[in-house]
Design a protein around this ligand. Sequence first.
Ligand code: ATP
Ligand code: MG
Length: 211
Amino acid sequence: MITIALSKGRIFQETLPLLAAAGITPNEDPEKSRKLIIGTNKPDVRLIIIRATDVPTYVQHGAADLGIAGKDVLIEHGGEGLYQPLDLKIARCKMMVAAHPAFDYEQAVRQGARLRVATKYLNTAREYFSAKGVHVDLIKLYGSMELAPLVKLADVIVDLVSSGSTLKANGLVSVAEIMDISSRLVVNQASLKLKRAEIQPLLDTFELAIK
Ligand code: ATP
Ligand code: MG
């Protein structure tokens, strides 16, 4: 049995064509079903549907053989015990620093001010600002980061941006780009050794399908 860990939403939707290329069709739509384990047309392949941030954990411990997770999530997890053979180039966006236009980010950085940074991505934010020599107080949030500068919880946020419409809707602007984000295939290292005959053809098919 091969278990593939996926999150609902954009990652599931953008993974469907890759699964199809490998001849795999889920038996149910996770957006409609409440089931956490979904079978496929292949009796030896099943999907588990979990939170995006939990995908590396299930794969690391071998509860799933494969998974698909954003680079953002993998950086925060640390990638321990994971083999990361492929950038699937799906769920693409950018990790950005954003602020209210009334906050002069450039000046704050130039003057060596201590920045209050609200984010879900503590490791990414810590590394980025430390490399720039900017001192920060990190404030951990779990979502809706755009609110933080509006109610003066923070000077800036570090968040994912694709179209920019959420920033715009909340009157924020991006002030710096941290990195490009896309989703990667992650594989449990022991699974790759023990189930190579099943897993390698999947990796090969995915690699062809993304080209
Ligand atoms: P939840 O929304 O359930 O709190 P989440 O925000 O981690 O969890 P998604 O919004 O489905 O889950 O994001 C899953 C992955 O998709 C993220 O880890 C990231 O790599 C990518 N992603 C997030 N936001 C965007 C976006 N606006 N455009 C493209 N990809 C994105
Ligand atoms: Mg989200």
